[in-house]
Design a protein around this ligand. Sequence first.
Ligand SMILES: NC(=O)c1ccc[n+]([C@@H]2O[C@H](COP(=O)([O-])OP(=O)(O)OC[C@H]3O[C@@H](n4cnc5c(N)ncnc54)[C@H](O)[C@@H]3O)[C@@H](O)[C@H]2O)c1
Ligand SMILES: CC(C)[C@H](C(=O)O)[C@@H](O)C(=O)O
Ligand SMILES: [Mg+2]
Length: 404
Amino acid sequence: MRADIAVLPGDGIGPEVTAAAVAVLQAVAHRFRHAFDFAPHDIGGIAIDRHGDPLPPSTLAACRRADAVLLGAVGGPQWSDPNARVRPEQGLLALRKGLGLYANLRPVRPHPATLGAAPIKAHLLSGVDLVVVRELTGGIYFGEKTRSADGASDLCSYSVAEIERVVRRACVLARLRRGHVTSVDKANVLETSRLWREVAARIARDEFPDVTLEHQLVDSMAMHLLSKPRAYDVIVTENMFGDILTDEASMLAGSMGLLPSASLGDGRSGAPTHCPIDSACAAERPAMDGRAGVSASRESDARDGRRQTTMGLYEPIHGSAPDIAGRGIANPVGAILSGALLLRHSLGLEAEAACVEQAVAATLEAGVFSADLAPNGRAAGTGEVADAVIERITAISRVPELRD
Ligand SMILES: NC(=O)c1ccc[n+]([C@@H]2O[C@H](COP(=O)([O-])OP(=O)(O)OC[C@H]3O[C@@H](n4cnc5c(N)ncnc54)[C@H](O)[C@@H]3O)[C@@H](O)[C@H]2O)c1
Ligand SMILES: CC(C)[C@H](C(=O)O)[C@@H](O)C(=O)O
Ligand SMILES: [Mg+2]
């Protein structure tokens, strides 16, 4: 297969983890005889420095043309002056909005080998397997912002249609997992949350009678996520709650550096609407330790009849980590697993995606840990972790069921 992948390394550790993810995707292309073209483009702080714009029109146009976009991270102290006219983060938000990527999937499946790095008791973590579906192009992030001498405001608004489409995505995903959706809101205080709850309840009742929906207030959700994380399957929530809850959820896995994400819309403009999550949902399952394996994913292919793919943006959930940038010590696993999601959701390459996920799992099992996971032990650098994954891609691809 030929594929054009736009690569947006961004700032801080973004270029370091993106280079690792690209190296892994190149190894996949080599092993499975694909031709992936990687074209770098500026976004974020570096784009402000070079173009005066955190999302230059040339970057957005290249992303629109590409089959998929791989992004590192944006931001950093040099662009964080509160009075700055433009900020790196605006580039990322404009990209998500510009590409219509309203559903952000953030799978959380702690690997047994990294449980020791998590600040939560290990017995609470084994078997945790959840996906947060974060609404990504609405809410307070995109409402009108005002600032005057005596105050400031950020408007939070949601339309019915914005809530319907993301809740539908979550329900479709749940249907192919354990059939359970937790909708998170703040309906005891916010009007947008009361609408969210009403719409979520209607969609689940009318369109997904086979899915169990529960509602949870975001403050107590933050607590339950740590005290009973195994209770959750699919969590759907608005933009800002999803941002905060997923950084919290990274502590279930052991590090911010471990979690990948896929941001999806309805496909290219003009293309028929379909749900890429249909085919990808079961495939979220092997994300960290390969327990469900390739055969489960192939079963899902068979159910779907054919692979469904869509353009998407793939990025680790972490930021530019200015405190460790430039030292070659960042954990590239979140970026590498984002590359696996890219193979699955945008290129329809399930066996290749599972191969990357299994190679990451085998790397962690072998104790190849970056500094965030091995504070007192011998830590592997960013490139060493990537090399270890690449080595295992070759080894895993000798397993008969993974041969193409
Ligand atoms: N998607 C994105 O581009 C994105 C996401 C979050 C934050 N940011 C930006 O990043 C900048 C820094 O934000 P922050 O410090 O709040 O969050 P951060 O995610 O950059 O870092 C939080 C902590 O996690 C650690 N960390 C993050 N990723 C890691 C990795 N791969 N390996 C090892 N350790 C890792 C960092 O060292 C830091 O201690 C800000 O400008 C923020 O806006 C960007
Ligand atoms: C950098 C920032 C705009 C971004 C967000 O809040 O969406 C980040 O925190 C994330 O989680 O991707
Ligand atoms: Mg965030």
